[in-house]
Design a protein around this ligand. Sequence first.
Ligand SMILES: Cc1cc2nc3c(=O)[nH]c(=O)nc-3n(C[C@H](O)[C@H](O)[C@H](O)COP(=O)(O)OP(=O)(O)OC[C@H]3O[C@@H](n4cnc5c(N)ncnc54)[C@H](O)[C@@H]3O)c2cc1C
Length: 390
Amino acid sequence: MDKTELVILGGGIHGVGVAQAAAAAGYRVLLLEKSALAAGTSSRSSKLIHGGLRYLESGQFHLVRENLRERELLLQLAPELVHRTTFYIPLYQGSSRSPWMIRLGLWLYDLFAGLTKVPRSSRLAPAEWASLSGLQTRGLKAVFSYSDAQTDDAALTRAVMRSARQLGAVICCPASFTSAAIYDDHCVVNYRVGDSEKSVQCLAIVNAMGPWGFRMASRTTPPLPDYAYECIEGTHIECPGCGLTAAFYVESPSDRRGVFILPWGDRTLIGTTETPYYGHPDQLAPTQASIDYLQKIYQHYFPAHDTTVLDAWAGLRVLPKASSLPFNRPRETRIAVNDPNNPRFLSILGGKLTGYRLTAERVVQQLQKVLPKRTPIADTAQLRLEPSDD
Ligand SMILES: Cc1cc2nc3c(=O)[nH]c(=O)nc-3n(C[C@H](O)[C@H](O)[C@H](O)COP(=O)(O)OP(=O)(O)OC[C@H]3O[C@@H](n4cnc5c(N)ncnc54)[C@H](O)[C@@H]3O)c2cc1C
């Protein structure tokens, strides 16, 4: 049987992040991905590298501060893949948030980002409203601007895997994980490549299968508990560009949720929805109701734009089960282990694209309990990320 030290299941941003961090820490790594890098959630996000302004409202200050630090780091490490974008928040008669609330939130956001480094948020003079790409000005009370960052999520994922490979990590794709056995001092991972069944022995396993990975009971020996998580669908639509160069964070007129209207290449990207999803992740597709909901928001705020839907796609957030609305649930990443004293099977639950590097470092730190001591060969906080054609 083949042997390695760490097997990672899933080639989304978390899987490749752990591959990079573990290889940088000096370990032998094999990553298994069943279809293609970033084939899952990591190509279906809103493509923002951000602190998550709205998480301030639910008091997730720690998460926002951490993600803002990671945003600044990624802007340095991946200048070809992550770029700053100006965001506007328009407030109308009847908006659920008041100007002082937005002002306070943006002040905190600036503060957490490090006041000196980042373009500061501000309130636009009414004379400037006319230059906002055709934004509806009827009933407009105030417009605030702030700075955040955008990326191509799939390209970022490929770039991190490229870095991991340069450090010695091996990827097997397409390769579909089928089951694992966890013993006191090692693990065995079984997977399928085409028609062949294969096995590899390792010291630890990281489950980074996102929406495919939180029900493991039937796939591991001994069976691990199913985690109390659920999938929440998020749809985006793509419309013609119409000259949009900045991003807008608007409130849905029907239910007051925050929705982004973003420049995306020569198109405009509008998202997202939040609907519980009970089907299999492989069968996910945007519903007509989600598409209509987003198109109506775009029409409402940009009445003169061409709002033809050119494309629509959906991704799945993995959120803790709760009775509260998905919008208000915690977005912290959880690392679940089979046994805190002997962590040989770690699952990454939830999380953000933006915080992937920090999550990966935390995973590798936990694995130190079962992996041999090594001298690191690199530091992920200093490794440049270059676009990759893989
Ligand atoms: C609608 C939406 C918008 C979002 N917007 C943002 C945003 O703007 N900014 C931000 O920071 N975060 C955002 N997020 C969160 C972020 O996108 C996710 O946290 C992140 O992409 C999750 O990555 P992952 O690696 O955990 O999972 P995934 O990207 O889903 O990767 C899991 C991988 O496992 C593979 N896999 C599945 N089964 C198997 C198997 N049996 N064997 C091998 N491989 C398998 C899949 O093919 C897939 O590639 C958003 C999420 C959603 C849903």
